[in-house]
Design a binder for this molecule. Structure first.
Ligand SMILES: *Cc1c(COP(=O)(O)O)cnc(C)c1O
Length: 364
């Protein structure tokens, strides 16, 4: 068996020990005589798996008791509709547009609410973060939406905005799909956070939602019952059948993170990985280029370009031959992208940096 280093933005690489354990337990989960996939979601075994996953996640991110953790379906884009259906009351929603994902959130919220951009970095090609003091926030907005890590443009908020300090009383909604569990969260600044699992958590199909208890019970009448946070919370994420296998694998990932040293260690590793790759790009004398302002650069998703884009196909073919896959940039921005999630070992980063240097030596 030979595994590649997978730099995909998502669905993305999972920690190898997690995949091994899932494989070992595939046919017979801990003497139950069945796979987790075959279990009733209301049975004792699965309830235990689900409760342990939630408890571990709560410990890892120090989620306070007045936040509920929901395991849902529909992905990040599903939440772009589910959030306004639950929280907007059909009123004003302010969205900070820092890249492709928050732009999608703005468009989707507009179907259910009076959604407007409080800031938009389109003019600089989404290579910066707009200072919160300059956001145009409306009095009485139902919530303010940010994407704390823009997966396509490679822009990341190192800290969440303090809306209260800006005189804004609206809850903050955070799409943290592509960097959840890579850094601690200041929950005092958050009303709701959501994350599709397939970047840093587990298989596609599971969505994590962290919601402050006082925000439950506000859904619009048109909101599907299965997506009403109040109903999902009251039923322990089992209002309808949850993505059981995804929750199980996510639980294994949570335990793996804890065993490795928790979110503080993931944070440290994310710094180390990103420093190594950005260092190589910035040190290439312009052969490789990343255009994002340094303080806004993502540690998880590193988009970059070859100054001579005609070399790109050769770059990708050579990378693949070296066991480094999924380095092509998103079609909307082109170029290259290396996603360095929690599961990417330092050996993968070193292999990438070696390849970058080698390719430049040969073709620079
Ligand atoms: C991947 C991603 C999404 C979309 O998730 P889906 O599960 O495909 O709906 C939303 N937001 C961000 C920031 C993402 O990275």
């Amino acid at each position: 068996m030979s595994r590649v280093f997978n730099f995909s933005a998502g669905p993305a690489a999972l920690p190898e020990p997690v995949l091994r354990q899932a494989a070992e337990e595939m046919l017979d989960w801990q003497g139950s005589g069945m796979s987790v996939m075959e279990m009733s979601h209301r049975g004792r075994e699965f309830i235990g798996i689900c409760e342990e996953a939630e408890a571990t996640l709560r410990r890892l991110l120090a989620v306070p008791p007045h936040f509920r953790i929901l395991f849902m379906q529909g992905g990040g884009l599903g939440e772009n509709a589910i959030v306004p259906m639950n929280l907007s009351g059909g009123g004003a929603v302010d969205v900070v547009v820092t890249g492709a994902w928050s732009r999608k959130s703005l468009a989707e919220a507009g179907k259910y609410a009076d959604a407007r951009a409080a800031a938009d970095t389109r003019d600089d090609g989404h290579t910066s973060l707009p200072p919160p003091a300059q956001w145009r926030l409306r009095d009485g907005a139902a919530y303010v939406h940010v994407c704390s890590n823009e997966t396509i443009h490679g822009v990341e908020m190192a800290t969440l905005p303090d809306l209260a300090a800006l005189g804004c009383r609206a809850p903050l909604v955070v799409d943290c799909s592509s960097h959840v569990l890579s850094r601690p969260v200041d929950w005092s600044r958050v009303g709701l956070a959501f994350a599709g699992a397939q970047k840093n958590v587990g298989p596609a199909g599971l969505t994590l939602v962290f919601v402050r208890e006082d925000l439950l019970g506000r859904a619009l009448a048109i909101c599907p019952s299965a997506f009403d946070y109040r109903l999902v919370a009251d039923n322990g994420s089992m209002f309808n059948t949850p993505p059981t296998y995804g929750i199980y694998v996510a639980g294994l990932v949570f335990r793996w993170i804890e065993a490795e040293g928790g979110v503080a260690e993931m944070d440290r590793r994310a710094d180390a990985r990103a420093a190594r790759v950005y260092g190589c790009i910035d040190g290439s004398g312009g052969f490789y280029v990343n255009r994002v302002q340094r303080t806004a650069r993502s540690r998880m998703n590193l988009p970059f370009f070859l100054a001579d884009e005609r070399l790109q196909d050769d770059f990708l073919a050579g990378a693949k031959a070296a066991g480094l896959v999924q380095l092509k940039g998103h079609k909307s921005v082109g170029g290259l992208r290396a996603s360095l999630y929690n599961a990417m070992p330092m050996a993968g980063v070193e292999a990438l940096v070696d390849y970058l240097a080698d390719f430049q030596r040969r073709r620079g």
